[in-house]
Design a protein around this ligand. Sequence first.
Ligand code: BTN
Length: 328
Amino acid sequence: MSTKDVVLEQLIKSGGSALSGAKLAQELCLSRTAVWKAIEELRRDGYQISAVTNRGYTLVEQGDRLSLPAIRSFLRRKPTADQIRLYDSLESTNQTAKQLALEGAPSGTIVLADEQIGGRGRRGRSFFSPAGTSVYFTVVFRSELAADRAVMITTAASVAVARAIDRITGGEPRAQIKWINDVYLGGKKVCGILTDAVTNMENGSFEYIVVGIGINVNNKEEDFPEEFRSRAGSLFSVTGKRYDRNRMAAALADEIADILPVFSSGDYLKEYRSRSCVLGRAIQIFGGGHDGTPATAVDIDDHGYLLARGQQGELYTLNSGEITIRSR
Ligand code: BTN
């Protein structure tokens, strides 16, 4: 971490009590001038830091900036902080994560960005990714698992997202999942997940997988492009409350770190089903030979596949493609 980041971490840890320049310098093995310079840099970055003679520095207001020290202060699993790489702006966190994975980044490496210039969604769509509002997060995952189990990873990730959102909002309303991996809150899509994998052609297993997650946190409804407005929302637009994105990123990192190593057991599927907003609903199926096939979603099987009953009673088992919910 940079000097600026370690000073910020100490100010966050002090929980609003003043820290003298001398104490900061001593604890961090820095000169007082280095501490002063770091404070000035932090102020330029938008942190409000008050300085009172004979008492010291206090972090008054963090603003809404993503910062590693703040994320670390909220993490349940502190070592995760060393695996996080935070950027102001990227083309796409999935793209950077893939590059890092190619260069040998270990499983668990997390790429976070405040903004994406070319955020990507499923089926070649773009993902609206403005600065200062959301969490764009990609985790690198290495697994020996056969490539045809990708659905399990992506469904496990959606449970992790739903748990993280509930931790932040208090669970009211409860986060729900629309198969395969869109996370909804109060009837609005607040998160999309894009899983990219590179497979080993020789043995059919994964070389590496990147799971990209975009959570709309503090976006106002009117900020969404008009074509998404009826479906898309943010935690703020649904609950009326603003949330700390550092807290959201930390909760997500914790939940992902909890679920990914054990996803192949399928233990999370019970929760996935209970969070499903499609079971029992009339749907339309797209992709995999379907172009709007009407059906009813009946179950999620132990592979994370969706079982849907067609209008002639035929059973579809879906492991890819997309569904929309029909109003009857
Ligand atoms: C979708 O709903 O179509 C999936 C959207 C996935 C968006 C996330 S944001 C972080 C990561 N980087 C990307 O470019 N896409 C994913």
